[in-house]
Every structure is written in C-alpha cells, then in structure tokens.
Design a protein around this ligand. Structure first.
Ligand SMILES: [Zn+2]
Ligand SMILES: [Zn+2]
Length: 286
C-alpha cells in the first residue's frame, strides 16, 4: 500500500464512527492516509486489533488510558459504557498484544491529572494511574514495543518515571501524544529518545492567556521540535483541526496538521509528510 502519511493516533473504532467506520477508513486509505488505531481499555483495544487485522494500512496499539482506572469519566463518543473502572491486567494485555502481528505498541497509557473527579480521592486515583502506567511500561519492555503516552498536567511525573526506567538500564521507546506541554518538557522527552506528536490543537489560535511577553505558544514549541523527531496525529474523533474545528475529526484530516507544521517550519507539506511517515515507521517498526 502506497501511504503518503500515517495518522499516528486515532480511534476509528470508537462509537462516534458506529454508522460509517468503513467509509471513514476507506476515504483515508484511498487518499494515502494510513493510521494507528489506539486502544483506551480492553474493549476498545480489542476493537483496534480487529480493525487493524481487517485493513492494510492500519496498525493497532493496546492499552489502558489513565482516565479508565477510575469510574467517573463518561465519554459518549467512545463507547456505550465507559464508566466502569478497569484494573490493568498485564496477562490479558500481553495475550492481546501477542495475538496479532498488527499490534505495534502499548497505549495509550500515562497519567491524567486534569480530569480528576470532583470530590473523589485524588491521591488514590493518582496511585491507581501510576500502577497501571508502570504495568504498561513493564509490558512494553517485555515485548520490546514502544509506548503511546497520554499525559495531562503530569509531565514532570511521567518524565521522572521514564528517566528512572532509563537509569535502571531499562529504557522505554515511544511517543508522547497530543503534546501541549512546554519546550522544556519537550526537550526532556527528546533527550529520552521519544518522539513528540501534535494534533489539530496546534491549528487553533492561541488563547489570549497564552500570549504575552516570554510566553510560548504550542506553535513556538512545535517550531523547535526537530522534524525527524515529530509525529502528526488527529486523536479522531476528538480535536478536529481547522478548518473542521468543532466537527467530528477523522484520520484524513491529519493533512491539515501537516500543513500547519509546514507553515511554521517554512518547509513543504511534502517534506513534513515524508519525514513524519519515516518517523512513525521507524518507531513502530512498520
Ligand atoms: Zn490521549
Ligand atoms: Zn487518544
């Protein structure tokens, strides 16, 4: 299959695509956009693997998202019932990762301290998230697979965990997805050998509170991330880039992320797509 680009992070099997998943996939593949289908818990990981097994140009990641280790988070575009908490079962994920050659990574996994429930026991939830994350880092090491990291408001802690693994002689490979952190944080991921990926958020005008003297925007951060360490993604169905902002996102829209990055880096769109395609293939060995 002749791919021009790969959407490094999408959820094409989520409920948001229940009526037209095949059509969305066909439109993407026909224009040369492959994709990584990323799981967020056991059900969606199973769906991601089934989707990858069915289509050339799609690969799967299996993992447990940090918001699914506790019960309050409900997102109706993901699946019918996402409110049941899941404990990371390493044996079950190991078996799933081994079941198909199309499984190329573990995730999304990480820490999310942004969506902690009001009134919940935050320390207990954070501890459960850390345990699930460590379990997935261990599985990634064991299977020699890269991880897809999800992180909100916890970059320092995620980085310290990754740095600990490296110092212990057990380095982790991977990508930090939907990056919205600072250049200082991006540099620490790069120093660990990680790739950094950007979604349609990069195409949104910065909030007024993000502007001002000495403040960096996400575009300022992306401008400094070397192209050979960057991936492009949609996180579909979420975060549709301009000009589709506010609508359901889909993998074919990743070209708008590529175009925006080309603009801020003063290179051609073809160059961004060629290099990020090479990057995603190298990291996930596809
Ligand atoms: Zn995520
Ligand atoms: Zn995601």
């Amino acid at each position: 299959m002749n791919l021009q680009r790969i959407d490094a992070h999408s959820h094409v099997s989520f409920r948001a695509f229940r009526d037209d998943e095949d059509a969305v996939i066909r439109r993407s593949l026909e224009e040369g956009t492959g994709m990584l289908a990323v799981g967020t818990r056991m059900e969606t990981s199973l769906e991601a693997v089934a989707c990858a097994d069915k289509h050339d140009g799609i690969w799967a990641l299996v993992g447990l998202h940090p918001t699914h280790v506790f019960s309050s988070y409900v997102d109706d575009s993901e699946m019918a019932d996402v409110s049941t908490p899941e404990k990371f079962d390493i044996a079950a994920y190991r078996a799933l990762a081994r079941r198909s050659a199309k499984v190329v990574g573990i995730g999304e996994c990480g820490l999310d301290y942004y969506r902690l429930p009001e009134g919940g026991d935050h320390e207990a939830i954070k501890e459960a998230q850390r345990a699930a994350f460590r379990g997935q880092l261990d599985l990634a090491r064991e299977l020699d697979l890269p991880v897809m990291i999800h992180c909100r408001e916890a970059h320092d802690e995620v980085l310290r965990m990754l740095e600990e693994y490296r110092e212990a002689g057990r380095p982790i490979r991977g990508n930090v997805h939907c990056f919205t952190g600072t250049w200082a944080e991006a540099q620490r991921y790069l120093a660990l050998g990680f790739y950094v990926s950007f979604t349609g958020i990069i195409t949104f005008p910065p909030r007024k509170s993000d502007l001002g003297q000495g403040k960096e925007t996400l575009a300022d951060v992306a401008r400094q991330v070397p192209l050979d360490r960057m991936l492009i993604e949609t996180d579909a169905p979420y975060l549709a880039p301009l000009p589709h902002r506010g609508r359901r996102n889909e993998p074919s829209f990743v070209k708008h992320v590529a175009a925006f990055i080309a603009g801020i880096k003063h290179v051609s769109v073809e160059e961004v797509e060629r290099q990020t395609l090479q990057n995603v293939k190298a990291l996930f060995r596809i």
